[in-house]
Design a protein around this ligand. Structure first.
Ligand SMILES: *[C@@H]1O[C@H](CO)[C@@H](O)[C@H](O)[C@H]1NC(C)=O
Length: 322
């Protein structure tokens, strides 16, 4: 089970900065001690050095979007720590233990979670992840170095850890590997374009955008509509088997979000929607009988676009306009 994780102000700041698409910036800022000139130089050096691995210390609460080697060393007992990793949509994350010096008998732990958990909400949700929830936790204190390299099933992963003894800690190497058919994704950026393809797989895929966005679906192919099987759109997409839904909500877990629209017949021309929720998800449910594909573009809503007529704050239910 995950530790009962308390959100601290510091952590919220890191998390929000990262979710606002500044995670790469944050990394660099951290590495060079907040000097913009040094920041620029460091960027340049990194570009020139090319293959030089990126190294830095890991904090008790941290967020990483770059591959590299990261070392955590406790300077005091650290009991509630977590680090969130995020890659590009078409990347898996591999976490490799280079060195682990913790006291499992004494109550320390180091666990990888395949996805993200925040305030009890998981991404991907258990309906969308290929593994049962318990198998998504890999506990160093149980498996040791038998599982020295752990690869995530999508572009996000995290670790939880607790280290009592000052001086103890661990070193990890984070690598990104390419994923030909990304299924579950959290977008690192507030603006983008993506094509989700589910080729003959019985699985559900969620693409999550943690910003209020205008989203434009430009193309939808659901294999079962080759030919003219249908005289009119069905009343309920659930009867069809394969469909795309748009979800809105405030937490991470798509299964706890509100359905805003269902799309289960082919699309002609772009359809745009503005969704004022903190989190917007494009979710595809696939039976495995077909090749399904959806293409969409999204951009972050301006603050002025987020005000509704009654001056109420969102959600109501986040759906602002079509
Ligand atoms: C996909 O999600 C639907 C509900 O939206 C669920 O009924 C179904 O079991 C899920 N399929 C898989 C393969 O997990």
């Amino acid at each position: 089970m995950p530790p009962n994780f308390k959100l601290q102000g510091h952590f919220i700041l890191i998390f929000l900065a990262a979710l606002r698409g500044e995670s790469r910036y944050l990394e660099m800022q951290e590495a060079v001690g907040y000097d913009p000139l040094l920041l620029f130089n460091a960027n340049l050096k990194r570009d020139l050095a090319g293959e030089q691995p990126y190294r830095r210390a890991l904090r008790c609460l941290d967020m990483l979007s770059l591959p590299g080697q990261f070392t955590f060393t406790a300077d005091q007992p650290q009991l509630h720590c977590a680090a969130f990793f995020i890659g590009e949509p078409q990347e898996f994350i591999t976490i490799h233990y280079d060195l682990v010096s913790i006291d499992c008998q004494g109550g320390d732990f180091l666990k990888v979670f395949d996805g993200w958990i925040l305030k009890g909400e998981k991404f991907p949700s258990s309906q969308d992840h290929p593994l049962p929830t318990m198998e998504r936790y890999i506990d160093f204190c149980e498996s040791g170095l038998i599982r020295r390299s752990i690869r995530s099933s999508q572009n996000v992963a995290m670790i939880f850890f607790r280290v009592h003894e000052p001086g103890n800690g661990f070193t990890l190497t984070i690598k990104m590997d390419s994923n030909l058919f990304p299924c579950n994704v959290i977008s690192q950026t507030p603006n983008g374009r993506f094509t989700l393809v589910v080729p003959h797989q019985h699985r559900n895929c969620s693409f999550s955008i943690i910003y209020p966005v205008a989203i434009k679906i430009s193309d939808l192919t659901l294999g079962h509509f080759h030919g003219l099987h249908l005289k009119r759109p069905p009343a309920d997409c659930g009867e069809i088997g394969d469909f795309v839904e748009l979800l809105g909500g405030t937490g991470l877990d798509p299964s706890k979000m509100m359905p805003l629209a269902d799309l289960c017949y082919p699309f002609h021309g772009p359809a745009q929607m503005k969704i004022g929720c903190d989190n917007t998800v494009v979710r595809m449910v696939s039976s495995g009988k077909h090749i399904n594909r959806v293409t969409f573009e999204y951009r972050q809503l301006e603050p002025s676009e987020l005000e509704n007529e009654n001056g109420n704050s969102i959600p109501e239910f986040c759906l602002l306009s079509l």
